[in-house]
Ligand binder design. Structure first.
Ligand code: 5AD
Ligand code: SF4
Length: 471
């Protein structure tokens, strides 16, 4: 597989580090998107720290501010423009360097808007040019001339960038990038390009290194993880089999063997690609969590067709049945969009029906958002904001009722909980997650962090459970 040559970037990291030495410079990074976007932010942070910038959460203290944008839904745009308004004054007062990266920068109309209304930025770069960031930054330090570093073609796989991880217990590992599915509501294929998988060896070695560093949970990331290596196989693109890995199922099995790792999760698989070998791997691998995120998007076959999802309501429900039958203790979470163009009351009722039937552990609900350049945006039968919100509220009510009932079922059960750290909202409590990804808080000492403990669940509070150590 083609890998990007990052030699120039690694050299520029050293150059900038020298320029910055002893200056006590600070950086802030604002991450606005999905877990892949967060993973990119960890790489950007890794590069900035190697270049002698120290992290700060206070934008007013930063000498370098990086926005890592997302464009999957509209609210990310509002957030970016709001924040840019805020940082303008820092640029004027102390010359803060402003860099804007991420998926939104692949959208031409957004870049135009930035140039017109927020022309004070220094660098814009896209997901394909992330590794070039030190090169661009170096240019800015020598000559403050605005840089636009956007590639319209798919970037190559990048290996060997420094990374600064946000967490000590859980780590995410991108296994592929891009998407070939072109769901009609989704901007991702246009901004992240076609599917490209990482070499099995690079993934396995990264996870082994994480295990050695003490990480306990690995999240395998990709826009469509269960088509890992598919494009390569279909197009005869060379890849090296490593430790038996030649598909997503074999990848799960290989990661499961890595000593020190306690839990493996993955997002997101596509229902149409959920082959039996993946179901069997989830069943057989003790470290693979039995919570599977299975994006539904809509429960109506008609809307699913318009969304180009390539499965029907019945096929989704059959898949769920098959998975439940084969994987003991399986739980499911999902993504749902309400108000896709043409969605009738009947269609929406199908979505409610699937939610009733599957009884998801968690539902991530989204109001359909028109994305420029997608087929969905050109559809004539857009749904009014009122109806979208009304349906969203109805779905939310149903989901909350289901979660409440589910939470009650946890009371007095024993759950294996991976302790992740101190609770952000209450320093006296530790926080962790069950296999089914439920947040559990408990009282306990710091040395429990990173351990998987059996806890008795003593109470439930909608978004979290309370647990007690078994004496
Ligand atoms: N509008 C609303 N939700 C969307 N998603 C993707 N594109 C859109 C859109 N245009 C949701 C899908 C996807 C999740 C990551 O975001 O549910 O699974
Ligand atoms: Fe978007 Fe569909 Fe690809 Fe997911 S599978 S990234 S929703 S196009």
């Amino acid at each position: 597989m083609a890998k990007a040559d990052i030699q120039d970037s690694l050299e520029k990291i050293k150059t900038v580090a020298k320029i910055n030495e002893g200056k006590n410079l600070k950086y802030s990074i604002l991450t606005m998107g999905c877990q892949l976007n967060e993973n990119d932010s960890e790489k950007l942070s890794g590069m900035m720290e190697e270049m002698n910038y120290i992290k700060t959460d206070k934008l007013s203290d930063a000498d370098l501010i990086v926005f890592n944008t997302c464009c999957v839904r509209e609210n990310a745009e509002d957030k970016l423009f709001g924040k840019l308004g805020e940082v303008k004054k820092y640029k004027e007062e102390k010359g803060t360097i402003i860099a804007i990266g991420g998926c939104m920068m692949q959208e031409k109309h957004i870049v135009e808007k930035l140039k017109q209304s927020y022309p004070f930025f220094d660098i814009i770069f896209g997901p394909h040019t992330l590794a070039q960031f030190p090169v661009d930054l170096c240019k800015i330090l020598y000559n403050r001339k605005r840089i636009e570093d956007i590639l319209d073609i798919d970037g190559e796989i990048i290996e060997g960038l420094p990374i600064r991880r946000d967490d000590n217990v859980k780590a995410s590992v991108a296994i592929m990038n891009g998407c070939n599915n072109f769901c009609t509501y989704c901007i991702v294929p246009y901004v992240r390009g076609r599917e490209r998988s990482r070499e099995p060896k690079d993934i396995i070695e990264e996870v082994k290194q994480l295990a050695e560093q003490g990480y306990k949970e690995i999240m395998l990331l990709g826009q469509n993880v269960n088509s890992y290596l598919r494009t390569e196989k279909e197009n005869n693109i060379h890849f090296e089999e490593y430790e038996g890995v030649n598909s997503f199922a074999t990848l799960l099995r290989a990661v499961n063997k890595i000593e020190g790792i306690e839990r493996i999760r993955f997002i997101s698989p596509h229902p149409k690609d959920f082959t039996d070998d993946v179901i069997e791997a989830i069943r057989d691998c003790d470290k693979v969590c039995k919570l599977v995120h299975l994006p539904l998007q809509s429960g109506s076959s008609e809307i699913l067709k318009a969304m180009n999802r390539k499965y029907s309501k019945e096929q989704y429900l059959n898949l769920v049945e098959k998975m439940k039958k084969n994987i003991p203790n399986l739980t499911l979470s999902t993504d749902i969009i309400v108000g896709f163009p043409g969605e009738t009351e009947e269609n929406f009722k199908d979505t409610l029906d699937v939610v009733e039937k599957v009884n998801f552990e968690q539902v991530y609900m989204f109001i359909y958002s028109r994305r420029v350049g997608t087929p969905g945006d050109k559809m004539k039968n857009q749904i009014s904001e009122n109806i979208k919100h009304e349906r969203f509220d109805r779905l939310k009510k149903l989901v909350e009722k289901q979660i409440e009932l589910k939470n009650m079922e946890y009371i007095n059960t024993v759950q294996n909980v991976l302790i992740e750290g101190r609770s952000k909202t209450n320093e006296n409590m530790l926080t962790g997650r069950t296999d089914s990804n439920k947040v559990v808080v408990l009282e306990g000492p710091d040395d429990l962090i990173g351990k998987v403990l059996p806890l008795t669940i003593i109470s439930e509070h909608m978004w979290y459970l309370k647990g007690k150590i078994i004496k």
